[in-house]
Design a protein around this ligand. Structure first.
Ligand code: TXD
Length: 320
């Protein structure tokens, strides 16, 4: 007999069991949010990580299952599929350098995952983010609200951190907003960045804000330069986890998410980060902020940079 209640726990597949994927699996399981399937092309690594995470369960006091696999059949009926598979940036490498190589990986991953979870919600993490999200949307054939990219939550978290450090106040009191593409042209919005509701434009001078924006834009590169091998993964996995949580628990949080715009903000047919309401359907709605001319221009420039690569993306999709 069919169950009368939706069965807990939900199931989240994380493709790519590298730094971001493994940290995300840990966060999802230890927050008791979902059973997790960790998948990678490398044999043994996801299985080993899953066993390690399983052995922490008694200490962390949760009952979530973590499975490691190389086989997409094990991902069947996932509620959410997160794609972190690909190469991370190396020092000096731009996100765009990664486009072709990661594009092929993300395309392949999407095609395999959708076979076993035909109505899932995809969250793409792999860089270059906006383009990879486009590939997953096209390759999956899913409606736009079921395919999104994670970048704005991370960029906003970085801006929030730098504002908190500058003002010497609790990070929790700061709400930061960063829109646009996940790249050098991201659009931090000081007017919509507040300390307990007070805009930072009332608390800091323009030069200081500009410095914090600059550091936010270069936030990923600063960490890559320090780490030498690999890139950030603690804050990226937290950022992805909060999106998964808002979807699974239907929290309807307003988060900056990379989505396919269809006229909002005067932009069409391009993936770019804007505030979205995330619930159990995926992107429940896109919020349109009342931007100033300068903010609107910055968002359009950011979207234009993504659009300039769309020919290469279409060529990649056509060749598959
Ligand atoms: O804000 C954001 N969106 C980002 C994006 C923040 C942080 C990281 N960002 C990007 O995520 C980064 O530039 C990379 O493109 C991905 C994953 O970063 P991570 O730091 O986790 O990279 P790793 O540690 O190299 O892990 C990648 C894993 C690794 O285990 C590979 O074996 C695996 O991906 N991989 C694959 N898995 C499955 N299928 C295929 N084809 C595959 N190819 C590689």
């Amino acid at each position: 007999t069919p169950s009368t209640i939706a069965c807990f726990p939900p199931r989240v597949t994380v493709v790519g069991s590298g730094n971001v994927g493994s940290a995300l699996a840990q966060r999802l399981a230890e927050k008791n949010l979902a059973d997790v399937v960790l998948l990678d092309v490398v044999e043994g690594r996801p299985q080993g990580l899953a066993l390690d995470l399983m052995q922490a369960r008694g200490i962390e006091r949760h009952d979530r299952q973590i499975i490691g696999t190389n086989d997409y059949a094990d991902t069947a009926n996932s509620d959410v599929v997160v794609i972190t598979a690909g190469l991370p940036r190396k020092p000096g490498m731009s996100r765009d350098d990664l486009m072709l190589i990661n594009g092929k990986i993300v395309l392949e991953v999407t095609k395999q995952a959708i076979v076993h979870s035909p109505n899932t919600i995809f969250i793409v993490v792999t860089n270059p983010l906006d383009q990879m999200t486009h590939i997953t949307w096209k390759a999956s054939g899913l409606p736009v609200h079921q395919v999104m990219g994670m970048a704005g939550v991370l960029d906003s978290a970085r801006f929030q951190t730098f504002v908190a450090m500058e003002l010497g106040v609790s990070t929790s009191d700061i709400s930061a907003t960063v829109l646009g593409s996940h790249g050098d042209l991201m659009v931090p919005l000081p007017r919509y960045t507040t300390v307990n509701g007070i805009s930072i434009t009332e608390l800091m001078d323009a030069d200081t804000i500009e410095q914090l924006i600059d550091r936010t834009r270069k936030g990923g590169a600063e960490i890559v330069d320090l780490m030498k091998t690999g890139s950030a993964f603690y804050a990226p996995s937290s950022s992805t986890c909060v999106m998964v949580e808002s979807i699974l628990l239907n929290k309807c949080r307003i988060l900056p998410v990379t989505t396919y715009l269809q006229g909002q903000y005067g932009l069409r047919d391009v993936f770019v980060g804007v505030p979205c309401r995330l619930g159990c359907q995926g992107i429940e709605s896109v919020l349109e902020l009342d931007l100033t001319e300068a903010e609107q221009l910055a968002l359009h420039q950011s979207a234009e940079a993504v659009r300039q690569t769309s020919d290469r993306i279409e060529a990649l999709l056509a060749s598959s």
